[in-house]
Design a protein around this ligand. Structure first.
Ligand code: ACO
Length: 405
């Protein structure tokens, strides 16, 4: 901002240069130009995985592929297919995160919804969650950097807490990939799954939450990962929404993912003058086990210190790191006070790495009673239903726009 110099950090306090035009710090924070450094501690966490499991074997019944190929090239055995809309997955994850933080929806001041598979763009997804959890009049916005959306959302929410705009936030990473998947394309159909997770951030004087991060983007290479058919450019061109073509240069993405994530890890560590051995656990984006191994090698962190759950879920895009973080806590891989490194990579081609200090509490304060509605159908049935609706809209009202929705 013109006229305002970046705050200088002095022993846990920030001293501002004279303020010419007001940045958005809270009134209290501005008194005498000196504010305590506010951190954004993670106080609640919750995930929601739909119950229907799509195994590699299932995929081999509809595609020319095999369990052996998928597992050896990607590390994935199975993924989840949702029987409910995106908002429902996100709502359950949010309710669980709120309970873990011992908070009610009405306490929340900001909702950030990270996704690239919006079921609504206007109104946005975050406002739907605000209404569901009773967080009126919390600020609510969506963020889309594809697979890194949750991580970029973490940065945005942390910054808004640190500058006193809000005192807490609910950050969601949720993705419903299955309706947008090209189920005839084995190059991509084997890689992705559905899921959601959320965290609650709260202002804290303790040095917790995101301590440093590096965010970046290889915009010049953005076309190596495209989902044609998702977005306004296809409107009025006869493209049925949901009918997509994935433009995916797997090997090039692989190289960029490794370079982006390992470089971001190095930079975020350098910002705090830390070394790889200071990191207690790496919780990376999970697109391919071989990418994770390559990033760990370059970041000089042994695989024993890397949390991996790709085998169970594949790549859930924005939900991936959020779910991995929840599971790392649930499985006691996150110790009180642990330093976490969370590298991410996604369409755009966005990349990031966050250094996060976990707090002393690794147990939820409460457990939410909120559950997904029951599901009777198998993952293959859900996919086949989806394809039927997409390719041969048998519903007599389907020709009429918006009928049947
Ligand atoms: N089953 C069987 N064979 C397959 C499959 C499949 N599902 N997919 C590809 N093949 C074939 C190819 O056709 C090719 O055959 P050919 O040699 O006869 O031409 C052969 O397997 C090898 O293909 P490669 O592309 O060389 O395989 P590679 O080892 O590079 O693995 C993969 C491909 C898994 C896509 C890898 O490149 C990768 O993980 N890339 C990054 C994944 C990615 O982009 N994830 C998303 C990141 S961004 C985000 O999260 C949104």
């Amino acid at each position: 901002m013109p006229g305002v110099r970046a705050p200088a950090r002095i022993g846990g306090w920030v001293r501002h240069a004279p303020i010419v035009s007001l940045p958005c710090y809270s009134y209290d924070a501005l008194i005498e130009g000196v504010i305590a450094v506010t951190h954004a501690a993670i106080t609640g966490w919750g995930k929601c995985l739909p119950p229907a499991v799509l195994t590699n074997h299932d995929l081999s019944t509809i595609l020319d592929t095999s369990d052996e190929w998928i597992l050896s090239r990607t590390g994935i055995s199975e993924r989840r297919i949702s029987h409910v809309p995106l908002e429902e997955l996100a709502y359950v994850a949010a309710a669980r995160a709120l309970a873990a933080a011992g908070r009610q929806g009405r306490d929340i001041e900001l909702i950030v919804f990270g996704t690239c598979s919006h079921e609504d763009q206007v109104p946005n997804m975050a406002s739907g969650i605000q209404a569901r959890i009773g967080a009126q009049p919390a600020a609510a916005f969506d963020i889309n950097t594809a697979c890194t959306s949750f991580l970029y959302g973490l940065s945005a929410a942390t910054a808004l807490i640190r500058t006193g705009v809000v005192s807490n936030a609910l950050v969601i990473g949720a993705e419903l990939i299955s309706p947008f998947m090209d189920w005839a394309n084995r190059d991509v159909a084997v890689l992705f799954g559905d899921g959601a997770a959320a965290v609650v951030l709260e202002a804290s004087e303790a040095e917790e939450g995101v301590l440093a991060e590096k965010l970046g983007c290889f915009g010049e290479a953005r076309d190596i990962l495209r989902v044609d058919g998702m977005g306004g450019r296809y409107a009025n061109h006869g493209v049925l929404y949901g009918v997509v073509r994935w433009q995916f240069e797997g090997q090039e993405i692989f190289k960029r993912a490794v370079a982006g994530m390992s470089g971001a890890c190095e930079e975020s560590l350098a910002r705090l003058r830390l070394k790889p051995e200071d990191v207690d656990l790496v919780v990376p984006h999970q697109a391919n086990l071989r990418i994770i191994e390559a990033v760990a090698r370059r970041a000089q962190v042994p695989m024993e210190k890397v949390f991996v759950n790709i085998r169970r879920y594949g790549n859930m895009s924005a939900a991936t790191v959020a779910v991995a973080l929840c599971e790392a806590v649930e499985e006691a891989r996150v110790r009180p006070g642990a330093l976490l490194l969370m590298p991410g990579f996604g369409g755009g081609l966005s990349y990031s790495a966050h250094l996060v200090r976990w707090g002393q509490r690794t147990q939820p304060l409460q457990v939410s009673a909120v559950e997904l509605p029951p599901n009777e159908r198998s993952a293959l049935e859900l996919i086949k239903d989806c394809l039927r609706r997409k390719l041969s809209p048998a519903d007599p009202h389907a020709a009429e726009p918006f009928a049947g929705l």
